[in-house]
Every structure is written in structure tokens, then in C-alpha cells.
Design a protein around this ligand. Sequence first.
Ligand code: RUB
Length: 324
Amino acid sequence: MPWLGFVPMRSSPIDSTYQMIKEMEVRGAGRIARAAVMALKEYCDSSRFSSTKEFYRNLFAAGEKLKSARPTAVSLPNSVNYVLAAAKRNEARNASLRETIRAIDEACDSFVASSLKATKMIGSYGARRIQDGDVVLTHCNSEAVTAILTAAHEAGKKFEVFATETRPRFQGRITASVLARRGLNVSLIPDSAVRVYMRKVDTVLVGADAIAANGAVINKIGTSQVALVAHETRARFFVAAETYKLSATTMLGELVEIEHRSPYEVVPRAWLKANSRVKVKNPSFDVTPPEYIDLIITERGIYPPQGIVFLMKELYAEPLVGIE
Ligand code: RUB
């Protein structure tokens, strides 16, 4: 438990988690969200504060720092805000530091537990949409997607999976390796081979970093290209996402920021030095319009993209009141 004393605060859980998220040692929208709340919990439990005022000031600063680690996955601000809301409620009623930290601990644990439960539920809802003999294509690495594919496999369904490599960071290798270890029939393909294989594909299944009020899905770069090809061959296009990936501020017309990462993820430093007149672009995410999406599978049920705004209003109307 923390204690009041004149000892400088230790912010290392925040700094180290910030770095791990920024450098993608922790990646994927769900994992990022859970790592951020666990960092807040550890920070509160292990730090020392000279006053309650200092505690709140440092906690809110820690939350802002975590939120700034990566800009696109809305799961990150949503998870941090969920925890900070518990702190704010306790601040408003002048609760003791001990009580406040207990409330924060509970909020962190409850976020993590409901995140894991949501992934499991998405797995079981989504698995019902996979039939014997299906061919499924996925892009990048999404826990929500692998939960569905694993649940379908465990239910005894026989189907084949294509996983794209997902350049430049090759998250598709993680997907292929996880699925193969779980006994699924999976092939890894270059991103550029999507159109070659799409003719065989019945269902495309991807995760999401953010979902906008109009049902557009922001996910790993290349997702919208995959959606376009799926549209051409009339393959179904499903998105699997926990509801903390809904971006409430898009109801107010705000756009989701797309992260642009270092050119050195695309080419080696030496190459760029030798070709210094070449500009290298590395957007990390793109936007798939609702017209290319058939269904969004959440732990609250399955929605057409045009229906997602109603779920968003139900879940996030209240916090929006406080948005400046
Ligand atoms: C990961 C990515 C994933 C979503 C959903 O991008 O785009 O599809 O985050 O994943 P990055 P999950 O590797 O750049 O973080 O379902 O696991 O939350």
C-alpha cells in the first residue's frame, strides 16, 4: 500500500510501460489497454506521495503520458479514462488516499477482467459464423480474431486460414505461429498475394484499433486494401472488437489520428543513407469505410457497421458530457 511521506515519487512503471507501448514491445489494442491500466495500478501501489494533492496531480499526469504513447488505438485512452474516472469520483467526495487507491486498484482489475472476458465472448459469438469448409483470411495480429478462430477450431469446425505477413512489422507471423501451435490449418502469405487467394476466401476477419460513429474501422495498414479485394470477390468482411475500441469522440465529429512511424521500420538506415533523396512513408493504420464491412462482432452482440452508433450512444453518452 502507498503511504504519505516526503519521498520523491517513483514513476518507473509509467515510464517503462510508456516505452514498451511506444516501441511496440506491447502491441495490439487490447494488450495496450490492459498494460496501461496495470501500469497505473502498479504506480499507485508502489509510489509514495507527499500529499493527496500531489497524488492526483501525478496520477493524472501519468494517465496523460500513457495515453500519448500511441495515438490511434482508442482502447488506450478509453482504458486510462476508465481508471481515472474512479479517481475523479473519489477526489470529488474527498475520499482518503487509501480509499482512492483501493478504488483505482478495483477499477484496474475490473477493466482487465472485463477485457479478457470480452475477448472470450467475441470468440464464442464469432465462432458461430464460421462453417465447416470455410476459408478465412486475416490481416495483422488481433487477439479478438485469434479468439474466434480458436473457438471455432475447438468446436470441431474444419476450415483453412490465410494470414497476411503484415509489413513492415510482420505481425502476421505472430498470428500464423499462434494458430499453428493451436492446431489450426494456417498459411502465411505476403500482403501482395491477397488478391491471388481472395477468390478462395469466404470470410475476412480483422480486429480494430478504433471504430468511428459512422461504422468505419481503423485497423492495421493494409486492412482497407484487403476489404476492397473482399468486396470485389463478395467475400464476407467481419470485424472483431471489444466495445472499448469504440471512439466516442467521433460522435462529435472528431477524426481518429493515424500514427505514422519511423521510416527505419520500412528500410534499413544504411539504405536510406545511400538513397537520401527517397522519402519513405510509414502510416501504421488505415480506415475501412462502413460500405466494405458486413458485421462488427463485439462482446455486446453483433452489429452492422451502421448500427454501431447506437451502441456507442448507449455506452459512452455519459462520459461525453464531460468532454471539453
Ligand atoms: C495491431 C492491430 C490489431 C488491432 C486489434 O496493430 O492493428 O489488428 O490492434 O488487435 P499494432 P486486438 O501491431 O501496430 O499494435 O484484437 O489484439 O486488440
